[in-house]
Design a protein around this ligand. Structure first.
Ligand code: CP
Length: 319
């Protein structure tokens, strides 16, 4: 979906960002490089550039969100776009209107881009086939959360200077984690060594086929890591008991300061949020100098600015 532009540089040609599964390593690097140039905008006194002036973006969040929704809204405003945010409560979906009709009405209002979070895996992929609007997946069920994966990679690259060859460990509920899936697709394409750790019931069957290593012993998993990303237990997506108790999970897989010492001395700790202190992460560790959880949140704005900017260029050409 990309082509080489003049001087051999890759040219962005997609109107949608649905997942990192679809992207080449070059496309991921283009987004990260573009985000680097946008990260300077947030340091300015007037945090605004005119890149999306005249464009309209609708944020359609059909599942709860704090970080992603606020981050997208700020990214859009910093690009000078006109923005509207909607949730299912308060919209006509609560009166029975289908997602298809909702999207058709948004399109009729001459919107350029839709940022969508949906509880069903694949919903944005389906929608993208029948809307002319550019579509950004802000998290679909347990499938992907591409901008979270990108901001995690951006943070890693910023702090470590590279991604290739890094040992990046994910501990927690991998089965229900769209963040883990996007990271696995992206990090393996950029040459990282990805290790997955958690209770056997919370590891997706066959995930090794994506080029990751599964280690159930958390000490062995963390040993020598450059980065450890913790994932919360997604109780809202579980309708059966997959582990004995939160207390047992916390004592076996919860990351504590002593355990984190098994990683490299300069290892970084990450978490997509929301964090559950005392469950997957010891509270003191979450607030420690090695924790870059809030840095990830800050970086999310530049990454989302980059994604919106690249997609908007393609939409302009399609009209
Ligand atoms: N990381 C993330 O997706 O957080 P929110 O659910 O708050 O958007």
């Amino acid at each position: 979906m990309t082509q080489n532009g003049q001087n051999g540089k890759i040219k962005w040609t997609r109107k949608d960002l649905l997942g990192l599964r679809d992207l080449s390593a070059e496309e991921i690097e283009l987004i990260l490089d573009t985000a680097k140039s946008f990260s300077e905008v947030s340091q300015r006194e007037v945090k605004k550039v005119p890149a999306l002036r005249g464009k309209t973006v609708v944020n359609l969040f059909l599942e709860p969100s704090t970080r992603t929704r606020v981050s997208f809204e700020l990214a859009e405003k910093r690009l000078s776009a006109d923005t509207i945010s909607m949730a299912s409560a308060g919209s006509s979906m609560s009166k029975g209107e289908s997602l298809w009709d909702t999207i058709a009405n948004i399109e009729a209002l001459k919107v350029d881009l839709i940022v969508m979070r949906h509880g069903s895996s694949g919903a944005p992929h389906r929608i993208s086939t029948y809307t002319r609007c550019g579509l950004v997946n802000a998290g679909d069920g347990i499938n992907e959360h591409p901008t979270q994966g990108l901001l995690d990679m951006f943070t890693l690259r910023e702090l470590k200077g590279k991604i290739k060859g890094l040992k990046v460990v994910f501990v927690g509920d991998i089965l229900h984690s769209r963040v883990a899936r996007s990271n696995v697709w992206g990090l393996t394409k950029l040459g990282a060594e990805v290790v997955i750790c958690g209770p056997k019931t919370l590891i997706p069957w066959g995930i090794e086929e994506l080029g990751v290593k599964v280690v159930h012993d958390v000490k062995k998993a963390i040993d020598g890591a450059d980065a450890v990303t913790l994932l919360r237990i997604q109780m809202e997506r579980q309708n059966e008991t997959l582990f004995p108790s939160i207390r047992e999970y916390a004592s076996t897989f919860g990351l504590k300061t002593e355990l984190f010492k098994l990683a490299k001395p300069d290892a970084i700790l990450m978490h997509p949020g929301p964090i559950n202190r005392g469950v997957e992460i010891e509270s003191a560790l979450a607030d420690s100098p090695q924790s870059y959880i809030l840095k990830q949140v800050t970086n999310g704005i530049a990454v989302r600015m980059a994604v919106l900017y690249l997609l908007s260029g393609v939409i302009k050409n399609e009209k």
